[in-house]
Design a protein around this ligand. Structure first.
Ligand code: APR
Length: 239
């Protein structure tokens, strides 16, 4: 890792749009995940208790797909940026593409596809390719193994650490998210009120675009590498 040349604290919030060009579906675009599955069936604790096999089938398919794709130029550009400044990536994504691109400081606020957790005791372990309703927790023995993904109605992970990052950010960058889900869609306002500059990089305008100081529109694999290169060429000065 080359030495940190700059002390700028950049906080990125990434969403499904960042992984779209790697081949992973977004949720709310045309043909997205929620146009094919009912959130109540596969992304709520009630849905899991009602039909755990359906939930496992849904996440096993997404885990299988993840094994077949790889990080794209946007993931790689962010990993490069981390080498030259203090960068934290808060991701709503449950894929591991940031890590596979070389990013280290990644906070999965909605959990991770490649992790499993016991619904009964909270024990967590690396997920095998397939989970099933018959799996038994290795710590408490309960038959309540689930994907380690935060569902609607549950509290996202790492909120205290995220709050500290937002309070200390010099620049807040939203990439590939519709801003449809709370609390992620409040982060821009929190960072801004703490003095950060804010920029949205997205394929199209979103319902929170008005909250940002600056915008770049286009596919992430095009606009993110250009934005990172410009930022580095300017010595991370964006004001
Ligand atoms: N490049 C950049 N942005 C893109 C691209 C692309 N190639 N393709 C799509 N987008 C943008 C869309 O314009 C949209 O604004 O990415 C955004 C994807 O929005 P969503 O599908 O709502 O995904 P996301 O914002 O990550 O959803 C947040 O909702 O369902 C929950 O837990 C799930 O983490 C997810 C959360």
């Amino acid at each position: 890792m080359i030495g940190r040349q700059f002390q700028s604290r950049i906080v990125v919030l990434s969403g499904a749009g960042l992984s779209a060009e790697s081949g992973l579906s977004t949720f709310r675009d045309a043909g997205g995940v929620w146009s094919r599955y009912d959130i109540r069936d596969v992304a709520t604790p009630e849905g899991f208790l009602r039909d755990p096999s359906l939930v496992h089938t849904f996440y096993n398919a997404r885990r299988m797909k993840l094994r077949q794709v790889k990080p794209n130029a946007a993931h790689c550009a962010l990993a490069k940026l981390e080498d030259v400044c203090e960068l934290a990536i808060i991701t709503q994504n449950v894929d591991d593409l940031h890590e596979r691109a070389g990013s280290h400081n990644v906070i999965h606020m909605h959990g991770e596809l490649l992790s499993a957790i016991c619904h009964n005791c909270g024990h967590r372990w690396p997920s095998p390719d397939e989970l099933s309703a018959d799996d038994i927790c290795g710590r408490c023995g309960a038959q309540s193994v689930r994907p380690d993904v935060v569902w609607f109605g549950e509290i996202p992970y790492h909120l205290e650490r995220i709050n500290d990052l937002l309070l200390g950010a010099d620049l807040f960058v939203s990439i590939g998210t519709s801003g449809a889900v709370s609390p992620a869609n409040t982060f821009v306002s929190q960072a801004k009120s703490a003095g950060a500059k804010t920029i949205e990089l997205n394929l199209e305008s979103t319902e929170i675009s008005d909250c940002f100081d600056d915008h770049r529109l286009g596919p992430a694999t095009e606009i993110v590498p250009v934005w990172v290169d410009e930022l580095m060429a300017r010595g991370l000065h964006w004001r």
